[in-house]
Design a protein around this ligand. Structure first.
Ligand code: NDP
Length: 329
């Protein structure tokens, strides 16, 4: 028997969470059973923990948690054996499949990645989907020509999970980093991660009035979308790229095509969920190399299964700073 955070639906179709004792036989059928050590809280977890499941959860009872790290307990797949340390992000685990808010999880072998050398299960969850996606964004920007020394790289939603890790990675790689935040009190925190410039959210979330503004940013990791992304496109330097990661500020893109046509600006889509295995390995290797672990630790808030419903609500309101690491045991 083991504990899990289970979402059950009431007669009105609204879901709520409680900690329940489950048996291994309750777990979905798949090749690898993992003793989960840590999970985390991403924006998407906030949606899955909400009463309507954010349109992501299709079936109840449900165990949320889109990320987990732990040790293989049982495996019918040759790639994994008991004792192996593994990490999982994406593949709609925690949404369409039972996830990591549980002391045990059973998943497809294809979805797992061996925990990279030098990263503990706890550190892997301090990274989580948010940090993994930040690394994918930096890699995409580099693939499109980003190099240090060409001016500041902008990170929007900087004090959030994706933003915090992006700031730390970029600063460590030698980039000048500007962080956009709606929380002025996060300025010192962002500077401690390596940002040298703090941009107030209100400076950037006004509707586009002029399709081109002065060329300011050599690259951008955008966790916000909406009007902010539209404004940022018009402020990119000639030929620069924006990695479009998130929609914390809205899914619409009220922009013009002028920055693409007159400045050769690139908008790069970043998806962490369906990334092929080889890219996942590459991104985790880069995380082990390029994300300073002391900076990662400085952005972590510890939590337990009982804290999750509150944290889920907080992250949807943009009130979680940095990364949450959930000790499920
Ligand atoms: P967080 O809530 O931790 O971070 C989002 C940040 O955005 C907040 O901390 C806040 O930063 C800022 N923000 C919130 N609301 C607004 C608003 N209305 N206008 C402007 N800024 C706002 O979430 P995550 O970092 O986990 O995720 C960020 C986004 O990235 C989400 O939309 C998520 O769905 C998406 N995502 C996408 C992935 C992919 O594969 N493409 C993977 C992971 C996440 P501040 O206080 O500094 O202003």
């Amino acid at each position: 028997m083991f504990n899990a955070l289970v979402m059950d639906q009431n007669e009105e179709g609204l879901a709520s969470a409680s900690i329940k004792e489950l048996s291994v036989a309750d777990l979905p059928d798949a090749e690898v059973t993992v003793a989960v050590e840590y999970s985390t809280v991403n924006y998407k977890d906030g949606l899955c923990l909400s009463a309507k499941g954010g349109g992501l959860v299709r079936k109840y009872p449900h165990v949320p948690g889109i990320d987990f790290a732990g040790t293989v307990e049982e495996s019918s797949d040759d790639r994994y054996k008991p004792g192996d340390k593994v990490v999982l992000t994406g593949w709609r685990v925690g949404e369409a499949h039972w996830g990591g808010y549980s002391q045990k999880a059973r998943v497809k072998a294809d979805w797992l990645v061996p925990l990279p050398e030098g990263i503990s299960a706890q550190q892997a969850m301090a990274v989580g989907t948010a940090g993994f996606t930040s690394m994918l964004s930096v890699m995409a920007l580099e693939d499109h020509g980003l190099t240090p020394g060409n001016g500041p790289v902008l990170v929007t939603g900087a004090a959030g999970g994706v933003g915090s890790v992006a700031v730390a990675i970029l600063a460590n790689l030698g980039y000048e980093v500007a962080g956009v935040t709606g929380r002025p009190e996060s300025g010192d925190y962002l500077k401690s991660l390596g940002a040298t410039q703090i941009v107030a959210r209100e400076d950037l979330n006004e509707t586009v009035k002029r399709p081109l503004e002065s060329e300011t940013w050599s690259g951008c990791v955008d966790a916000v979308g909406g009007e902010m992304l539209a404004r940022v496109l018009g402020q990119m330097k000639y030929g620069a790229s924006v990695a479009a990661v998130g929609l914390a500020g809205g899914a619409a893109l009220p922009a013009t095509v002028i920055p693409f046509l007159l400045r050769g600006v690139n908008l790069l889509g970043i998806d962490s969920v369906m990334q092929p295995y080889e890219n996942r390995l590459r991104a985790w290797e880069r995380i082990a190399r390029d994300l300073p672990m002391d900076k990662l630790e400085a952005m972590v808030k510890p939590a337990t299964l009982t804290d999750l419903p509150g944290l889920g609500a907080d992250i949807l309101k943009g009130q979680v700073q940095g990364r949450v690491v959930v000790d499920v045991n």
